[in-house]
Design a binder for this molecule. Structure first.
Ligand code: ACO
Length: 325
């Protein structure tokens, strides 16, 4: 058990709402298909705001909530799959916007699991005493990397950012378990293949629409349903907890059927899960932080509660952290 503190949280989502009914006018889909297959009703779409803009706005709220100044932050870690540019990363931009002049800054790119990876790194850094205060952000503007003619992907994703300020020392909660995994042999399931070293940008990559996200959705679905339930059992065991001991399950907000499947298998009530995919869709590396923030602010999550946060995504990667507040 390692003492950690969640000092503050924040979120930012763009104001433009795109509903399923509006999507019916863009691609061959229906509100009924999207709702029953995924649980998503609407999502937010950035109108010109960059990933760094969303990240900065979520960070400002988290820092204010934490009651610290930007100068007190030692490290900024941004989990994203849709950085403004490949380099520089989003984190240094946020560092400059915040004026966090004592902070290091780096991005973590690990599919939607990036947020859980980044939070684990932050916990390790504050728990070891290497860093005092770490700002962890998940931020995405995936709408710019989505093929809006591909109904297999464009109905799923939304833009948004969530942020958490983490610190060490007694007086808060504890990290109870962290487990991060990858299966790189499944790299083909979700990818954005064009525009970099393997397939440098060319007329061909553009004609083949390889500069957009490609996903074998059904194979991702099967992979996650096969791997996630027993993995979460393992993480609970590692924390010396049973599923009953977890007060709140914060899942990656990709698909309601995946979330319900895990809860059913663990015999846990639906009410223990924090859900926001109906409102925001799959915000990739931002999804669990946005859900965490909303549930803290509306009073569902309280001091002393035990939280399991888990995600999966491109790589394939997956991971979970269990901590108390
Ligand atoms: N509207 C209407 N029909 C559609 C749509 C759509 N938007 N998309 C696909 N279909 C059709 C397919 O063409 C297929 O038609 P066919 O039977 O005539 O071939 C049919 O619906 C069923 O397609 P499946 O892919 O088998 O549907 P499934 O039940 O698997 O649901 C979904 C698809 C929602 C994508 C699901 O597989 C899923 O959620 N997978 C997980 C994806 C995921 O979580 N990705 C994020 C990973 S995180 C990251 O790193 C980005």
């Amino acid at each position: 058990k390692m003492p950690i503190k969640i000092l503050g949280t924040g979120k930012y989502v763009p104001s433009k709402v795109l509903t399923n009914l509006e999507l019916e006018k863009i691609v061959d889909t229906t509100d009924e298909w999207i709702t029953t297959r995924t649980g998503i009703k609407e999502r937010r779409i950035s109108e010109g705001e960059l990933t760094s803009d969303l990240a900065y706005k979520a960070a400002l709220e988290a820092i204010k909530d934490a009651g610290i100044s930007a100068e007190e932050i030692d490290m900024i870690i941004v989990a994203t799959n849709s950085p403004d540019t490949l380099f520089p990363g989003v984190a240094p931009k946020v560092q400059a916007l915040l004026g966090a002049r004592h902070a290091g800054a780096c991005d973590v790119q690990s599919g939607c699991t990036g947020c859980v990876y980044a939070l684990s790194m932050a916990f390790a850094g504050v728990g070891s005493g290497m860093w005092k205060n770490v700002l962890v952000i998940g931020a995405e503007v995936l709408s710019k990397l989505i093929d809006w003619t591909d109904r297999n992907t464009c109905v799923l994703f939304g833009d948004g950012a969530g942020a958490v300020v983490v610190s060490g020392g007694e007086g808060g909660g504890c990290l109870l378990a962290s487990e991060l995994r990858a299966d790189g042999s499944k790299a083909d399931l979700i990818k954005l293949p064009g525009g970099l070293v393997e397939k440098p940008a060319s007329h061909e990559t553009v004609d083949n629409r390889e500069h957009f996200v490609q996903m074998k959705g059904n194979e991702v679905f099967k992979f996650v349903n096969r791997v996630l339930p027993s993995f979460l059992d393992e993480v609970c065991d590692k924390a010396n907890l049973t599923p009953e001991d977890i007060d709140w399950w914060i899942f990656h907000q990709a698909n309601m059927r995946i979330i319900e499947g895990v809860l059913r298998r663990s015999k846990q009530p639906h009410e223990k899960a924090i859900i926001n995919l109906d409102k925001y869709g799959n915000t990739s590396a931002a999804s669990v932080f946005i859900a965490f923030h909303d549930a803290l602010k509306d009073g569902r999550i309280k001091k002393g509660d035990t939280i399991l946060m888990t995600s999966f995504g491109a790589g394939m990667t997956y991971g979970a952290v269990i901590f108390s507040l």
